[in-house]
Design a protein around this ligand. Structure first.
Ligand SMILES: Cc1cc2nc3c(=O)[nH]c(=O)nc-3n(C[C@H](O)[C@H](O)[C@H](O)COP(=O)(O)O)c2cc1C
Length: 334
C-alpha cells in the first residue's frame, strides 16, 4: 500500500489534494461531500475584508443608535452577543470542524492591514486549522510602486500572525517584480505556507454590447506550467511549504507539482468540471504512478525535479529556450 500522507503548514494531510477556496467549499454539505470523495483538506470560500468591516460598522451603528454602548467600551464588548452576518462564516467553520476530520482552512481576501485583522482571532476561536490570506493588492494603480504593493503583504502578515497561533499561509499572484526575491522575503516571515498562484478572472469585451464580460472562469491544464516553474525554482530555497494552485486538473499534474517540490496542490476548476469524484480519480492515478515507479511514500520523490541544484535557474531556463529556438530555426530551413 502506498502512503500518500503529507504535511502542509504543519498540518497532517492524508493526501496532498486540497480543495481550493471557492463555491465548492462554501457549505457544510459540500465540505462533507469533498471529504467523502477523498479530499486531503479544504480551504473554505473567502470572506472579504469589506464584509468584515461592514459587519463591524453595522454592529457599532446599531449599538450607538440604541444608546446601548459608549464608544469607549467597544473594546470590552462581546460582539458574539448581537446579530452578526459574519457569524455565518464562523458557524460554517465550527460546523465543518464538528463534522469532518480533514483540516479546514479559512480564507480571507484582503487589500489592507487596517482594522479587520482582529477577526483572524475569531476564526481561530471558531476552530479553523489554519488561515489562508488571499491578498489582493491594487497593482493596476500606476501611482503605487512595487515596493508599496509588496509591503502590503508584510503588513497584513505581521498583523495576522501576531494575533493567532494557528498556521497562516498566503496565496499570492504571479504579478510581482522580482518574484523569487519576494517569495524569499515572504519565507522570512512567520507564515507557514505559500500558495502559488492565485488566478484572477480574465476580462473580455463583448464587441456588440460594448460591455466588459468575464471569460474562462475555469482554468485549463496548460496553465499549470506557471506554478510548476515557480515551485520548481523556489522549493528547496525557502523553508515554508509551497502549495501549487492553478491548472492542476489530473493525477499527472499532481505528480508533476510534487516532483517540482510542492507539499500539496489545490484543485478547483477540475472539480467544478468533473464533480467531487474527480478527487478519487486523481488519487488513484497518484497511487498507480507511485507503484509503477517504486515510491512507497511522497517524500521519496517530492522535489526530485526541483531546480535547487542549479546555481542559476533563470540562466538554465534561458539555455533551454535557446536550444528550442535553435531547433526550430534549423527545422524551418530544412
Ligand atoms: C467560481 C470560483 C470561485 C472562487 N472563489 C475564490 C475565493 O473565494 N477565494 C479564493 O482565494 N479563490 C477563489 N477562487 C480561485 C480558486 O481558489 C483557484 O485559485 C483558481 O480557480 C485556480 O485554481 P484552478 O486552476 O484549480 O481552478 C475561485 C475560483 C472560482 C472558479
Amino acid at each position: 500500500m502506498t502512503n500518500t500522507t503529507t504535511s502542509y503548514m504543519g498540518l497532517k494531510l492524508k493526501n496532498p489534494i486540497i480543495v481550493s477556496s471557492s463555491g465548492l467549499t462554501d457549505t457544510l454539505g459540500n465540505i462533507i461531500d469533498l471529504e467523502a470523495n477523498g479530499a486531503g483538506a479544504v480551504v473554505v470560500k473567502s470572506l472579504f475584508e469589506e464584509e468584515i468591516l461592514m459587519d463591524a460598522e453595522d454592529n457599532m451603528n446599531k449599538m450607538q443608535a440604541t444608546g446601548f454602548i459608549y464608544p469607549e467600551t467597544f473594546e470590552y464588548f462581546d460582539y458574539d452577543e448581537i446579530s452578526d452576518p459574519v457569524g455565518d462564516y464562523l458557524k460554517l467553520i465550527a460546523d465543518a470542524k464538528a463534522k469532518v476530520k480533514i483540516p479546514v482552512i479559512a480564507s480571507i481576501n484582503c487589500v489592507t492591514a487596517n482594522k479587520w485583522p482582529d477577526f483572524a482571532k475569531r476564526i481561530q476561536d471558531a476552530g479553523a486549522d489554519g488561515i489562508e490570506l488571499n491578498i489582493f493588492p491594487l497593482s493596476s494603480d500606476p501611482d503605487r510602486t512595487a515596493e508599496e504593493n509588496d509591503q502590503l503583504y508584510f503588513d497584513i502578515i505581521n498583523s495576522v500572525t501576531s494575533l493567532v497561533t494557528i498556521p497562516v499561509s498566503v496565496k499570492i499572484s504571479s504579478y510581482h517584480a522580482a518574484l523569487s526575491n519576494f517569495i524569499k522575503r515572504l519565507s522570512q516571515t512567520p507564515i507557514k505556507g505559500i500558495v502559488l498562484f492565485n488566478r484572477y478572472y480574465r476580462p473580455d469585451i463583448d464587441i456588440n454590447t460594448f460591455e466588459y464580460t468575464t471569460t474562462n472562469v475555469l482554468s485549463t491544464p496548460a496553465e499549470m506550467a506557471l506554478p510548476l516553474r515557480w515551485i520548481s525554482i523556489m522549493s528547496g530555497r525557502v523553508s515554508n511549504d509551497l502549495c501549487a494552485s492553478t491548472g492542476v486538473h489530473n493525477s499527472e499534474g499532481l505528480v508533476k507539482q510534487l516532483l517540482a517540490g510542492a507539499k500539496a496542490v489545490q484543485v478547483c476548476s477540475a472539480i467544478y468540471r468533473n464533480g467531487p469524484s474527480h478527487i478519487r480519480e486523481m488519487l488513484d492515478g497518484l497511487q498507480r504512478w507511485m507503484k509503477e515507479h517504486g515510491f512507497d511514500n511522497i517524500d521519496a520523490f517530492r522535489g526530485k525535479m526541483s531546480q535547487v541544484h542549479s546555481h542559476n535557474p533563470t540562466a538554465m531556463e534561458r539555455v533551454q529556450f535557446m536550444q528550442i529556438f535553435n531547433k526550430r530555426g534549423k527545422g524551418s530551413k530544412g
